[in-house]
Design a protein around this ligand. Structure first.
Ligand code: ADP
Ligand code: MG
Length: 349
């Protein structure tokens, strides 16, 4: 008897889901990025129990017609690339066509969606490997609700942390997305309480979305809880890239590093080396074990950086890693040496 056989689709999707869906925050990331790719100017996220009970993401983007909505939850189905050439110039946040297939394989999944061309929208359900579709009446856009994440993968479910720990990750992710996407409005609610609300920058001001004023505006909106902080602005460039950042002045310190936000070519990343370079830039301005508040954008030739090393992990690979690290550290060091920061307040979290 032969032993080698092809796995069925349901099992393939569940296994593959392990790559894309690690925890509620990874689901939120995929769904919000899809909303932004669909041209949404408003994205509202609601969570129950850190996303373990419910993750709901509603957008006012283009929506999907019935055929696309049914296709969208199948593996390797995407509207974002067609051929290998497209792969090297993707302008969208997603392109692998894996997220919805993976998420729906490990949750109770419902999607409500309508395009402007369709009079009647669609409600797509997916549970226990079976999809169903119905008519649905509602606004143009898409709303996806994920209930009971990992209900059918107990080993993964057991691995989830407490609701508040899972929420903390979702919150940090939403802050990062909001910091990097000023043209989109965001709302985040957890167990009925609002934790983030920012309005989209108006279309007429789209050209103003760069530069100090724009960076300050969104950062203050998103990190508004950082009471009285007067960020220092810095802008520095060398042949390896350009750094633009708002950094907290000496004396304003935090006990955790969760207020350090980093972006490479507009994409949110969490990179140990960049983080280390930021701390190195502060040097003696920071006590050991204390952290600054920082929103740092690194812009560089896209061919010298790979921000997509892994579909889920936000790590980055630079061709000139050392040089980029010095660029960051030196620009922060010089800014702090230049002084002229407004007197900081000394409150802490
Ligand atoms: P990818 O984003 O890599 O293409 P996904 O599985 O995340 O793969 O989504 C599959 C497809 O479903 C997308 O290419 C897009 O066409 C469609 N889609 C997903 N989410 C939305 C949304 N919120 N609004 C409109 N279309 C969407
Ligand atoms: Mg996607």
């Amino acid at each position: 008897m032969s032993k080698v056989h092809l796995l069925d689709d349901e099992l393939i999707n569940k296994i593959a889901a392990g790559e894309v869906v690690e925890r509620p925050a990874s689901v939120v990331k995929e769904l919000v990025e899809n909303a932004v790719d669909a041209g949404a100017s408003q994205v509202e996220v609601e969570l129950l129990d850190g996303g373990k009970g419910l993750i709901s993401v509603r957008d006012n983007g283009a929506g999907m017609n019935r055929v696309d909505a049914i296709m969208a939850i199948k593996r390797h189905c995407t509207s974002k690339i067609h051929n290998l050439d497209d792969l090297f110039q993707v302008g969208t946040m997603g392109f692998r066509g894996e997220a919805l297939a993976s998420i729906s394989a490990v949750s109770r999944f419902t999607m409500l969606t309508r395009t402007a061309e369709c009079q009647i929208g669609s409600k797509i359900g997916f549970e226990d490997g079976a999809a169903d579709d119905q008519d649905w009446n509602g606004d143009v856009g898409t709303q996806i609700a994920i209930k009971d994440i990992f209900y059918n993968v107990p080993a993964r479910k057991a691995f989830l942390k407490s609701g508040s720990a899972e929420f903390a990750q979702c919150h940090e992710l939403m802050q990062s997305l909001a910091l990097s996407l000023p043209h989109v409005g965001f709302v985040l609610k957890h167990n009925g309480k609002e934790h983030l609300r920012v309005s989209p920058a108006s279309a007429s001001k789209i050209d103003d979305l760069v530069g100090e004023a724009a960076l300050r505006q969104r950062s203050e909106d998103v990190l508004g809880q950082q009471k009285n902080i007067k960020f220092c602005y810095l802008h520095h460039q060398d042949k390896y890239g350009q750094v633009e950042a708002l950094i907290s002045p000496p004396g304003f310190e935090r006990s955790t590093g969760k207020h350090i936000f980093m972006f490479v070519n507009g994409r949110y990343v969490k990179d140990r080396n960049i983080r280390f370079s930021i701390l190195r830039g502060y040097h003696s301005h920071l006590l050991k074990g204390r952290f600054p508040v920082c929103v740092l954008h690194l812009t560089m030739d896209p061919s010298l950086v790979d921000v997509n090393v892994h579909p889920n992990k936000a790590e980055v690979r630079f061709q000139y890693g050392q040089e980029v690290q010095s660029l960051i550290a030196v620009s922060i060091r010089d800014r702090l040496r230049a002084g002229d920061w407004a007197s900081p307040s000394f409150d802490d979290d």
